[in-house]
Design a protein around this ligand. Structure first.
Ligand code: FE
Length: 215
């Protein structure tokens, strides 16, 4: 893949082949050029890493993990005890960082994830972070007013449900285990995974209801 191809993956659909790079894009390109010239990085390897995160890693990985936890109580217990260990032990999920922590939503406890400092995110299981996750308003407001942020995402929890906000760091990443929707008894893991949205694993959404997906 040539370097110019990367420009087609941004949000602006700029097809001018590099003539309208944003400041960040220009800086990244300059940095990559310098590091390549000095022999610190191999552009082909960089391309592979970018492609890996754009195509192979995504919320479908986390959704499979959540579906397994819903279907298999032993896996769920292992996941909540040590998510990194539980995920790595099952080769169907692929690689994951050392300090993944899974937190379980219940009727009485809801969890939300943020990185107040920057944009730390469980890339291994959720792929690339959404733009709003990295935005200053989300990062500051979710701590002060989690219920208000949930309302912005169209989510209203029962008044008795407590909300805990987890602050990610470069070392520790969080995966929310959403509540399994009612009416899904006997569903296969594949069917269950289709109910698990990215936002439900960040805590800004809930799992879809059975009527919201095609079986
Ligand atoms: Fe961060």
């Amino acid at each position: 893949m040539s370097h110019d191809d990367h420009d087609h993956h941004d949000d602006h659909h700029d097809h001018d082949h590099g003539s309208h790079l944003s400041e960040v894009q220009a800086r990244v390109r300059a940095l990559e050029s310098v590091l390549t010239e000095k022999g610190y990085v191999d552009p082909a390897v960089l391309d592979q890493i970018v492609e890996h995160f754009e195509t192979k890693v995504g919320p479908h990985v986390g959704a499979k993990i959540v579906a397994r936890a819903w279907a298999d109580p032993a896996f769920k217990a292992a996941l909540l005890a040590d998510a990194s260990h539980a995920v790595v032990a099952d080769e169907t999920f692929g690689r994951v960082g050392d300090h993944l922590v899974a937190v379980e939503n219940t009727e009485t406890q809801h969890h939300m994830v943020v990185c107040t400092l920057c944009s730390c995110y469980p890339w291994d299981v959720l792929g690339l972070p959404p733009v709003w996750y990295k935005s200053a308003p989300y990062r500051s407001r979710v701590v002060m007013d989690p219920r208000g942020v949930l309302a912005d995402f169209g989510v209203t929890l029962p008044a008795g449900t407590a909300i805990r906000v987890w602050d990610s760091t470069a070392e520790t990443r969080y995966l929310v285990l959403p509540q399994r929707p009612a009416g899904t008894d006997g569903w296969s893991e594949e069917q269950l995974a289709a109910l698990v949205t990215r936002n439900s694993m960040i805590g800004t959404g809930l799992a879809l209801q059975p009527g919201e997906v095609e079986r």
